[in-house]
Design a protein around this ligand. Structure first.
Ligand code: SF4
Ligand code: SF4
Length: 179
């Protein structure tokens, strides 16, 4: 009653969300570019809306996508079903899956609202390399994770992808962590 009225100018001006707003998901990477997802399907089992499809596959030394034994070969989120509750990111054991602040998800076709792995993967940051490739941080998993723990912190869960290929232009939302 005694507060000044707040006028939102959206969509002409960016809408600022709460820092931990649950927006579009993102699949994160390790510092060398390998994927954090191990294809365990725990996110899909946790989802009350049956919105996630995961199919895991085995890494090989010739074709490695993640540092562990397995990786997520197929990963899809159906935003026609998703209620952005965040239970999937709570279930993820590797912090592979986080949520961004991006909320402009409306579209005019059903196909466009099914986000595939290529739409959800975080882009490569400096120092990262497009998988498949060998583990660059250590010769075995122990060395790899020790080296990762010693590395400077990275903006995990950041909205890296302004100008995202799906949905909105993303231009307002290349801001920060929401995971
Ligand atoms: S946010 Fe909720 S509804 Fe959406 S995919 Fe995750 S668990 Fe399912
Ligand atoms: S995103 Fe996380 S919970 Fe889902 S399959 Fe990948 S590692 Fe498992």
């Amino acid at each position: 009653m005694f507060k000044k009225p707040v006028t939102e100018a959206y969509p002409n001006a960016p809408k600022v969300t709460a820092p931990r707003f649950h927006g579009r998901h993102q699949l994160n990477r390790h510092p060398d570019g390998l994927e954090k997802c191990v294809g365990c399907e725990l996110c899909a089992w946790a989802c009350p809306a049956d919105a996630i499809l995961v199919e895991g596959a085995q890494n090989t030394e010739e074709e490695r996508f993640s540092p562990g034994e397995r990786y997520g070969r197929v990963y899809e989120i159906n935003y026609l079903r998703c209620i952005l509750c965040g239970l999937c990111i709570e279930a993820c054991p590797t912090r592979a899956l986080t949520m961004t602040n991006e909320f402009e998800l409306a579209d005019d076709s059903r196909e466009a609202l099914i986000y595939e792995k290529k739409d959800l993967l975080a882009p490569l940051l400096p120092g990262m390399e497009q998988p498949p490739h060998p583990m660059r941080l250590g010769n075995d998993e122990r060395d790899y994770y020790m080296a990762e723990a010693a590395a400077p912190p990275r903006p995990e869960g950041a909205v890296y992808n302004a100008g995202h290929p799906k949905g909105s232009s993303g231009s307002f939302f290349n801001r920060k962590e929401a995971g």
